[in-house]
Design a protein. Structure first.
Lengths: 171, 499
């Protein structure tokens, strides 16, 4: 039996369902009835799926068909290439997330757009700067000026804190 | 009554009122095209500005604004698989594959035109139902609403395609996820891990952005191509899509009726209507099991006609009883009251002309939105040939902003990233994602009405006549779709056991 991604994911689903059922067992009737009446059958079916996936993973690698859940997937790329490009994109997403957390939306949105277009998409400066400006106007105009979204207070707010993080020896 | 209808139309035909209605249409269209926003945001923004306005102009503008976001929410759904509003999630399943096949223009044409006809059908039904509303809506109490919830969740069987067991598990996980937060019956916390963010449960906008938008964006970036690699000259245009609606007029009409009915029933929710219509189309259209999910235009026509028709339907309980079926209808009731109109039976008697002005506004707004949208369709479709690396940062920023504005918490971003990862793994491992969303959408509703039904009727709630009818229809639908699926498997020579 090989630990295929599909098998591991089914195992993950079964473990989550089991944990949800386990924690719901001590709840009062009104609170726990619905979670248990849904969770127990889900757990049983997840385990059946797990057995089926395990059985299929024992077949020779070439004999397996790839299932499609909803939208089509391009299977022509190698798994290594998909993983490398997927991780790179995940890195950008995480960079954006931590940027928002640390320095806030107002700096992260234009910086992320600019860096992605310039260094990931390898676009020229004209297009990069134009699209960054459009994005900034859209973001500030719609989300800040019209919708008045309450923005998160970034960890590093104000230029003095920003400098302190860049140069911690300043104290 | 015909006099009131004519008065309602005449009232809208002054230049000033017409311009305000046009303004409402434009704002609604813009909000529909920006993921995460929608009619509620627009109504909340414009409501304070209507205090000193002429009541008919104000109400026409607000009704127009709330009617049209479901027309333009198709744009991000088709181009980027990012749902514009919660009512356009099902459109992704065939709209986005159409864009990838170079048929974005055709998808837009079909979506807009079926939205137009669906919206008009909804308005016509609203107008026709006004005299006979009360007994019809009162037929649906908690047991009947519970059975409708069960009918909705049965769509999981249809949406799961060739992986029914995975679909049922995904639907069940969606139901379990919907229970996170404060239990409405006992007031206890379920799976909140002492996090304030989880007390109110997970947000549907954040979940749908994570489950669909990020995985599709990631896959497009990984492939490194434009959305569609079909040359511009070979792309199918808007005219093709409009013809598709005429070819499938009966499907469009059925889904418009379905959408109106879902809108009429308070509490069923706008996010469910497109899935119900999609499931209905998939279980009834010829060879749908074979072609749906691969870019079948019928998979666009069905949800789009239903979600626009729903707007007309949702006005029925709002106007007739003053019962808002959704947040946007609650804001509309607020607007009516600001202008001295009390929704309910009295409004139908004393202000029938304004009631019909609302019906006309719904119909006219849908026509205006479609005409405007059609003018820009071919230009929009060209976006599908822009390299994804140029679009990726822009779409990513919009997804983050749309997720953040849901509750303005950093945990919205954590949730969208986690569900993005979950959605991507589900897609790669062949797990269908729509059942998860459907389970999540219907979980709260099913539990609430089950609880009320059991308290009020005991176990006998299951043998109420209308409940039995709805459950019989549900069983028949599941049986028919399973039969269809088997037929397809035989045709394609797929004989895998259990899958």
């Amino acid at each position: 039996m090989r630990a295929t991604p599909s098998l591991l994911f089914t195992l993950f689903v079964a473990v989550v369902a089991a944990a949800m059922v386990y924690t719901a067992r001590d709840w009062p009737m009104g609170t726990g009835l619905f979670p248990l009446s849904v969770g127990v059958p889900v757990l049983v079916m997840a385990l059946i799926q797990l057995v089926m996936d395990a059985y299929r993973s024992m077949k020779p690698a070439g004999g397996q068909e790839r299932e499609t859940g909803d939208l089509q997937v391009d299977w022509t790329m190698s798994a290594a290439e998909v993983a490398a490009r997927g991780l790179a994109f995940a890195g950008w997403l995480l960079g954006m997330f931590f940027g928002i957390l640390l320095i806030g939306f107002f700096i992260t949105v234009p910086v992320f757009t600019l860096l992605y277009l310039r260094y990931q998409a390898k676009e020229g400066w004209t297009l990069t700067l134009s699209l960054t400006a459009i994005m900034l106007v859209f973001f500030v105009g719609v989300f800040d000026q019209i919708l008045h979204i309450h923005w998160l207070e970034p960890v590093i707010s104000g230029p003095e804190n920003f400098l302190r993080v860049l140069m911690p020896w300043l104290g | 009554m015909f006099e009131a209808m004519a008065d309602g139309l005449t009232a809208l035909l002054s230049v000033e009122r017409f311009l305000f209605m046009m303004f409402g249409v434009l704002v609604g269209m813009a909000l529909g095209a920006i993921p995460g926003l929608g009619g509620v945001v627009g109504l909340a923004l414009l409501l304070p500005f209507t205090f000193d306005m002429d009541p008919t102009a104000a109400i026409a503008m607000l009704v127009a604004l709330s009617s049209v976001p479901v027309t333009t929410d198709t744009i991000p759904s088709v181009l980027f698989a990012v749902p514009g509003t919660v009512g356009s999630q099902a459109t992704i399943l065939d709209g986005h594959p159409m864009a990838r096949k170079g048929e974005a223009g055709r998808a837009f044409g079909a979506a807009y035109f079926s939205s137009l006809l669906g919206g008009v059908v909804g308005a016509v039904i609203l107008g026709m139902l006004i005299p006979i509303l009360k007994p019809l809506v009162l037929l649906f109490r908690a047991p009947e609403l519970f059975s409708l919830g069960i009918m909705g969740i049965s769509m999981v069987a249809i949406l799961s395609g060739r992986v029914p067991l995975k679909g049922i598990v995904a639907g069940g996980m969606g139901l379990l996820l919907s229970m996170i937060g404060i239990d409405k019956q006992e007031g206890l916390l379920r799976w909140t891990f002492d996090s304030l963010y989880l007390f109110d449960g997970l947000n549907i906008i954040v979940i749908s952005l994570g489950i669909f938008a990020l995985p599709e964006l990631a896959d497009m970036v990984i492939e490194g191509k434009q959305i569609s690699s079909v040359p511009k000259q070979a792309m199918k245009g808007v005219g093709h899509g409009i013809r598709d609606v005429f070819t499938n007029w009966w499907l469009m009409l059925r889904c418009a009726f379905l959408g109106t009915w879902v809108g009429i029933i308070p509490g069923l929710g706008s996010a469910v209507v497109d899935w119900l219509a999609y499931g209905h189309a998939k279980s009834t259209c010829k060879d749908a099991a074979l072609t749906f999910g691969t870019g079948d235009v019928r998979g666009v026509i069905a949800p789009e006609s239903a979600n626009n028709a729903k707007q007309g339907g949702a006005l029925v309980p709002t106007l007739a009883f003053g019962i808002p079926g959704s947040a946007s209808m609650a804001l509309l009731i607020g607007a009516f009251m600001i202008h001295g109109l009390q929704p309910g039976p009295a409004m139908l008697e004393q202000h029938l002309d304004i009631t019909f002005a609302i019906v006309w506004s719904t119909a006219i707004a849908n026509i205006m939105a479609t005409v405007i949208a059609l003018c820009f369709t071919n230009q929009l479709a060209k976006i599908s040939s822009v390299r994804i690396n140029i679009l990726a940062p822009l779409v990513t920023v919009v997804v983050f902003l749309a997720a953040y504005q849901a509750t303005a918490s950093i945990f919205d971003l954590v949730t969208v990233l986690l569900f993005g990862l979950l959605g991507w793994v589900m897609k790669r491992c062949g797990w269908p994602r729509p059942p998860l969303l459907l389970g999540f959408l219907l979980g709260g509703l099913i539990e609430r009405y089950l609880f009320i039904s059991v308290r009020a009727y005991g176990a006998s709630f299951l043998i109420q006549p209308l409940v039995l009818v709805v459950l019989a229809v549900t069983i028949a639908t599941i049986y028919y779709s399973v039969k269809q699926e088997r037929k397809v498997r035989q045709l394609t020579g797929d004989t895998r056991e259990g899958e």
